[in-house]
Design a binder for this molecule. Structure first.
Ligand code: DQQ
Length: 549
């Protein structure tokens, strides 16, 4: 059989070939999940004028069948590119898509598309009414800074609202538009949010979450008692996504942050992921009553590598998303359907003690396609290293200076994955506990500096502080999904995530190894460790993934 490319993922979403970037218009409709994405049908690189909406369908969010592109640049209002947007299920139950078109004047406008035949279970063809654009470029917005309409939500006045990113008088703004009929849209005078400090922001997402730590999701139009909102924005300057929990007021179309002390510079807000993801978008999954988040993870090697492979870009696994009991931070967890891929399972003896320098191999599962869950119990915090306040501002840099091989007090401990037999190549995912002002700070890192022997690959340390009270909990958990060129980690039950792209050389000729390790002077106890080999999902190849009801 034809060898599959060593970098190609086995259960992360990828088209069969070519370039993909932002997730677009995810939705559940009529028994089927739909996923659209920014796609260049003509090659493996992003191409400003050639973006279409790729389209796949799934019965389980794991196995996907590819359909023809849903939206292509063919009309005067999108002839130079069909950029990001979102889907909304309208009151009658049919879906609508709003997306950004680059028009014949190379200006960004917002367009509407409907399924040609809502009764087609696959929604294969999409119709773009000739009255587009439904929102032309406003006079006070530059032609290249008006884009990415969100999923719409209903206010109590019965009007639809959407958020759109724009720059207004040099200020990055999240505009709100209202409409009674989804076709005629009127801008609210005040933006939902504006930030002088962060440059252009993109891909806004505003969605409700249950306020008291319950995991169930809410329809995008939900409001009232027990509902908080999340505003998520993507910042071009840092190529990172940030979010803030708050209160959304549909009378004024205003958003009041729960953590005003973080200010209006979005770069000081919380992060979904401390790694390499961008342009995240969520949807309400009415079938399983949950909110699900998608995000794009770009390649970290060169454009020449993209061209040679013939493809570029993956999506994170779909993540269930909910608000932590603290009312401030989101929790994320791979949708449970991923577990249907779990095959061979191995474990470590319960309560294995890891003393200083311990390195226990996890044997018996293929190291390039694995799911590992581990719980570490910290018997004592006595040896925790002191943390200088300066480090609080730059956890990523701290992960670089205090890497997995730099011995510490409490930690570094964690997992080593995608390791060559001689350990020359390896990716470390780990925690390190510091003492700071009589309290403790937990750092989570994914260190890529040794991930590949190859030069010319972006191999940074990634990291962030985990918002938990380790003194009270004494246990910290880690789940890592390994998928050939992806290492996607969930720390502290989904309170901190790090997604990384890795390109080790050894996989060309040999297997990858996994270890659990401790490089701190204090012992840590592995109270539980389970690792599974994951089967490959059917992702946009062949038609076995197609489930037509
Ligand atoms: N990507 C799209 C834009 C969006 C950007 C174009 C974010 O609509 O602002 O491919 O990655």
């Amino acid at each position: 059989s034809e060898g599959r490319h060593v970098r190609r993922t086995a259960y992360h979403f990828q088209p069969a070939k070519n370039w993909q970037n932002d997730p677009n218009g995810p939705m559940y409709y009529n028994g089927m999940y739909h996923f659209f994405y920014q796609y260049n049908p003509h090659g493996a690189l992003w191409d400003i004028g050639n973006l279409s909406w790729g389209h796949s369908v799934s019965g389980d969010l794991v196995n996907w069948a590819a359909l023809d592109t849903a939206i292509d640049p063919t009309a005067p209002f999108d002839i130079n590119g069909c950029w990001s947007g979102s889907a909304t299920i309208l009151r009658g139950g049919t879906p609508a898509i709003l997306y950004t078109g680059i028009d014949a004047n190379k200006e960004q406008v917002q367009n509407l598309a409907f399924p040609k035949n809502p009764a087609d279970p696959l929604l294969r063809e999409w119709h773009k009414p000739s009255y587009n654009p439904v929102i032309p470029l406003p006079a006070d917005v530059p032609g290249d800074k008006f884009r990415d309409p969100s999923t719409a939500w209903l206010g109590r006045d019965g009007l639809w609202r959407i958020a759109v990113s724009a720059e207004v008088s040099g200020v990055a703004s999240t505009l709100v538009y209202r409409s009674a009929d989804f076709v005629h849209w009127e801008r609210n005078d005040a933006p939902l949010h504006s930030s002088r400090a962060a440059g252009m922001v993109e891909c806004p997402d505003l969605f409700p979450v249950k306020a008291h730590g319950e995991e169930g999701g809410l329809d995008t139009s939900a409001s009232g008692a027990g509902v908080s909102h999340v505003l998520k924005l993507s910042v071009m300057d840092t190529l990172q996504d940030y979010y803030m929990v708050g209160r959304y007021d549909d009378a004024a179309d205003a958003f009041v942050p729960a953590e005003p002390e973080r200010g209006d510079d979005v770069r000081n807000w919380r992060r979904f992921d401390y790694g390499h993801v961008y342009a995240a978008k969520s949807f309400f999954d009415a079938r399983r009553n949950r909110r699900v988040l998608w995000a794009w993870a770009n390649e970290s090697d060169s454009q020449a590598d993209d061209v040679a492979r013939g493809w570029s870009g993956v999506q994170t696994v779909p993540r269930k998303l909910w608000l932590d009991k603290d009312g401030k931070q989101l929790r994320q967890w791979p949708i449970e359907e991923i577990e249907t891929l779990r095959r061979k399972r191995v474990g470590l003896r319960r309560n294995t003690m890891l003393s200083a320098g311990a390195m226990n191999e996890i044997v018996g599962v293929a190291g390039a396609q694995a799911d590992v869950e581990v719980a570490f119990r910290i018997p004592s915090l006595e040896e925790a290293e002191a943390l200088d306040s300066n480090w609080l501002l730059d956890p990523q840099k701290l992960c670089g200076e205090k890497g997995a091989s730099v011995p510490g007090g409490v930690g570094p401990f964690g997992l080593i994955v995608m390791a060559s037999g001689d350990l020359q190549e390896h990716t470390a995912v780990f925690f390190r506990v510091f003492r700071h002002d009589d309290k403790y700070k937990v750092l989570m890192c994914t260190d890529l500096t040794r991930s590949s022997a190859r030069a010319g690959v972006y191999k940074p340390p990634y990291g962030g502080f985990v918002d938990i009270d380790i003194e009270e909990r004494k246990t910290i958990k880690l789940r890592t999904l390994v998928d050939h060129s992806v290492v996607e980690s969930y720390g502290a039950e989904g309170r901190a995530c790090i997604t990384a792209r890795v390109y080790p050389e050894h996989v060309e000729t040999s297997n990858s190894h996994m270890f659990v390790f401790n490089n701190g002077t204090d012992k840590v106890k592995v109270t539980k460790l389970e690792a599974w080999e994951l089967a490959a999902a059917t992702v946009n190849v062949g038609d076995e993934g197609l489930i037509v009801s």
